[in-house]
Ligand binder design. Structure first.
Ligand code: AMP
Ligand code: MG
Length: 405
């Protein structure tokens, strides 16, 4: 599927709207950072040569001329043999090349006693020492996190070019589906998939477009599909299996959507269809809620990440050990739901008792999707498995934070 997904092109957004986006054009520094030589500490700006002989037993006395503070008026040039009072962030006076920290001085009226030498550039944040004007700050594909926002903001870069967010239509199919708050006549259920997929799309950074559920009729699904095809990507749920009321395949064909492949050797999520309308990806996931979620997370999310401009769209599983033995029917890769905790140097994962493709409680509190190899029927306690961290993230002992509670 991955080759069918491409970034959509770029748009320019304000930095305050850029979090989570991938940059579409490299960003270069507009200015040196720091923008001017400034003091890293509270103390006295000096000429290093004037205090070279200073020590605990051999203090050097200098007259104090002027003051420089962050945001204050500029101090005049530093005459040889004098000191200037400075505070953190203050511009260094011209001529000064080092700072003696306050703790190594003693003030006597208009003079200061320096009790420690300070070599050139000690406690000075030199102009351009972090970033040189014109330096590459972000490359195409880099994602904007709070740290990147800080860097760009510090450079007075208010707008960035990022990859567009795809609109993804969610088309649920099923005569039984009702929306939250609807009356539930006998035989009907809430369309939970549309709420779940909306949220999964949103948290990826895509734009979910939830369409009204389509009935289990060929014309009904076809009409909804035509509407859905206005989006950049279409995801249908349900009706993609082999039942008498599973019309999704036929509807795809009838509206001109070219079939790609059908069925994936994965559990849950097997009745999965990939197709294309021109270049537009159209994906059918099963209606079973857990199948739909797993199919989305494992098969669809990487494609959408690529579309969002992520150069490394696949999840990076961690290695974990099973807490308990697990027996299963081999043949398909199984994505089991579990709770992973850190124990010492290891991640231990306890699989949920419920692993049915329709049982929504099997996803509550889950922080690990555990990849069980297709060929293994018996897994023993302690066996190594790969787990995709998910949802609430890893829980467990932390040497640093434990001491704080
Ligand atoms: P299907 O894939 O259409 O055969 O549906 C499989 C199972 O999932 C059936 O029990 C459906 O009632 C249920 N189902 C289908 N679509 C949804 C949905 N959008 N939300 C919740 N359950 C669904
Ligand atoms: Mg159905």
């Amino acid at each position: 599927m991955l080759p069918a997904f491409h970034p959509l092109g770029e748009e320019e957004v304000h930095l305050t709207k850029a979090a989570g986006r991938h940059v579409a054009r490299a960003v270069v520094a507009r200015a040196d950072a720091p923008p001017f030589d400034n003091s890293a500490m509270d103390g006295y700006a000096v000429r290093a040569a004037d205090v070279a002989s200073a020590g605990q037993g051999t203090p050097v006395r200098l007259p104090v001329r002027g003051e420089s503070r962050a945001g204050g008026p500029p101090a005049g040039p530093l005459e040889p043999g004098t000191a200037c009072r400075v505070f953190t962030g203050a511009p260094m006076p011209a001529g000064a090349d080092a700072v003696v920290i306050q703790e190594d001085t003693e003030r006597h009226g208009d003079e200061v006693e320096i009790r420690e030498a300070s070599p050139t550039l000690r406690h000075v944040r030199a102009q351009g020492s972090d970033v040189r004007h014109g330096a590459l700050l972000l490359q195409v594909g880099d994602r904007i996190w709070p740290g990147e926002i800080g860097l760009l903001a510090s450079q007075n870069i208010a707008r960035v070019h990022v990859f567009r967010r795809p609109e993804v239509a969610i088309l649920s199919t099923g005569d039984e589906l009702r929306m939250l708050g609807d009356d539930l006549e006998p035989g009907t259920i809430i369309n939970s998939n549309v709420y779940v997929l909306t949220e999964m799309l949103r948290s990826l950074g895509a734009i979910p477009v939830a369409l009204p559920a389509a009935p289990d009729t060929l014309p009904g699904i076809e009409a909804s599909l035509r509407k859905a095809l206005e989006a950049d990507v279409v995801i249908t749920t349900g009706g993609v299996s082999v039942g008498a009321y599973d019309f999704v395949h036929e509807a795809f064909k009838n509206v001109g959507i070219e079939p790609g492949f059908w069925k994936v050797r994965i559990k849950p999520g097997k009745p999965f269809a990939f197709a294309q309308y021109g270049d537009k990806p159209v994906i059918g996931v099963p209606g079973n809620p857990i199948s739909a979620m797993i199919a989305f997370e494992v098969l669809i999310a990487p494609c959408l990440r690529k579309m969002l401009g992520d150069p490394q769209p696949h999840p990076q599983p961690v290695v974990a050990r099973l807490r308990d033995p697990y027996r299963r029917r081999p043949g398909r890769v199984e994505i089991a739901r579990g709770v992973a905790t850190r124990e010492g140097d290891e991640i231990i994962v306890a699989l949920h008792d419920l692993q049915g493709s329709g049982s929504l409680p099997s996803f509550v509190g889950v922080n690990a999707l555990v990849v069980l190899p297709a060929d293994k029927a018996e897994l023993a306690a302690g066996d190594r498995v790969e787990a995709i961290l998910w949802g609430p993230g890893l829980k467990g002992a932390s040497s640093f934070f434990d001491g704080m509670s």
